[in-house]
Design a protein around this ligand. Structure first.
Ligand code: C6P
Length: 408
């Protein structure tokens, strides 16, 4: 039984007030709040076990290393990986994609090769590929987004061909709330001998994910969006592909032997974990994954879908509102605009009522341009949000609409 009131009690921050009003936190696509269990895991690590990992043979080093490796196993299981050898801890989605763009891209891309992306990519799944293609002479192609916020798969069929070396796509959009059929794109990529990278920043926290079912070669996500601490995320890659890749960063622990003029590399995933990692944060992410698994990702998805549909319906009632993205199959994200209200002014006005939303281009400037606007307002829901919070949000938006409308 999914009990939101009980869930909310586990998130200390949800009990606070902002501007004298109960906090209504609707900026979950930017970062999620943290349950007591994750905060406790960090505290316990620092109070009881803290040591550098993979280096010492003393008790604390062994305990820290074991907890870190256990977190790796948990995250690998959470995304349906066959085992943890392909699971690399990073700082987050951005670093994970940069890792692939540098370590795989520089080795494998040549002039004439193509990387196929979509018009709806977050900057972190666009800029690294711009840098990689500029360095190698490969070029970028883009699958268009249709007016309803879904991908034009006919155009994808046309674009993905023998020159394609990699297809990279967001699983779920942080602006449009679309869930993309990345499994179909993976098939198209593989039919042409290309690899498939999935940006799971907005899917791993919200939907059941199985990398084997998706058929992708790389999957990237951020811990801080899925109840975990900031500073940690992961890249999962097919082990045999990771084996063939060059390292991304050089330094301690990613090596096997170091000589003055050359070095050899450690086994995966350690080859991609240079220097002291964010140990406590990885352990905290393990605790976050335990929490999500206890709730069940099917239940999380159902709750968010129900709440998202309710919010979509309620917000649609506001006069002249434009909501972006498809009507069906959405995640719990609502990007919208009101004719006389600048998104930043709306965010500020809502903040006065204790309601946190985001406004701007959401690090998706090409997509925002494609929508024909300069910015949008965005409310994003998570497993602890309620219908009462949706009502408070819609009431505040309605008041803002009337307030700004009076000056129009
Ligand atoms: N989107 C948002 O408010 P990092 O910063 O590495 O944890 O995640 C980057 C990222 C990559 N892909 C997608 C689809 C994302 O949504 C994000 C982060 C936040 O929408 C911050 S811009």
């Amino acid at each position: 039984m999914y009990d939101v009131a009980e869930i909310r009690r586990e998130f200390p921050i949800l009990g606070r007030e902002v501007n004298g009003k109960p906090l209504v936190y609707l900026d979950n696509a930017a970062t999620s709040q943290k349950p007591r269990r994750v905060i406790d895991a960090l505290t316990e690590h620092y109070e009881q076990h803290n040591a550098n990992i993979k280096r010492g043979v003393h008790r604390l080093a062994e305990e820290s290393t074991a907890a870190y490796e256990e977190a790796r196993e948990k995250v690998a299981r959470f995304i349906g990986a066959a085992d943890a050898t392909g699971l690399v801890f990073t700082r987050g989605t951005t670093e994970s994609i940069n890792l692939v763009a540098y370590a795989w891209g520089r080795k494998n891309l040549r002039e004439g090769d193509e990387i196929v992306l979509t018009e709806s990519e977050h900057h972190s799944n666009l800029v690294p590929w711009q840098i990689a293609t500029q360095a190698t002479g490969a070029r970028l192609r883009f699958i268009p987004v249709r007016d309803d916020g879904t991908l034009d798969l006919n155009e994808a069929e046309r674009l993905i061909g023998p020159k394609t070396k990699l297809v990279a796509c967001i699983h779920a959009s942080n602006v449009l709330a679309t869930v993309n059929t990345v499994g179909r794109l993976a098939e198209m990529a593989h039919e042409n001998g290309a690899l498939m990278l999935v940006d799971g920043a907005q899917s791993a926290p919200h939907l059941p994910v199985d990398v084997q079912e998706l058929g992708c070669d790389f999957f990237a996500a951020s811990g801080h969006k899925m109840l975990g601490p900031t500073g940690v995320g992961f890249l999962w890659g097919q082990p045999e592909i990771l084996e063939e890749m060059d390292p991304f960063l050089g330094g301690g622990e990613m090596i096997r032997e170091v000589h003055l003029y050359h070095s050899t590399w450690n086994d995966i995933p350690h080859k991609f974990e240079a220097g002291t990692m964010n140990v406590a944060q990885a352990i905290g992410l393990g605790a976050a994954v335990d929490y999500l698994e206890d709730l069940g990702m099917e239940s999380v998805r159902e709750h968010e879908q129900r709440l998202g549909e309710y919010a979509y319906r309620r917000l649609s009632e506001v006069e002249d509102v434009t909501i972006y993205g498809p009507e069906d199959g959405r995640t719990g994200i609502l990007s919208f605009n009101l004719p006389e209200v600048h998104p930043h002014d709306l965010s500020q006005l809502l903040d006065e009522e204790g309601i946190a939303i985001r406004s701007g281009h959401h690090c998706c400037q090409p997509l925002i341009r494609r929508l024909g606007v300069a910015a949008t307002s965005r409310a994003s829901f998570y497993l602890y949000n309620t219908e009462e919070e949706v009502d408070a949000f819609v009431a505040a938006v309605t008041r803002a609409r009337e307030f700004f409308g009076a000056f129009a």
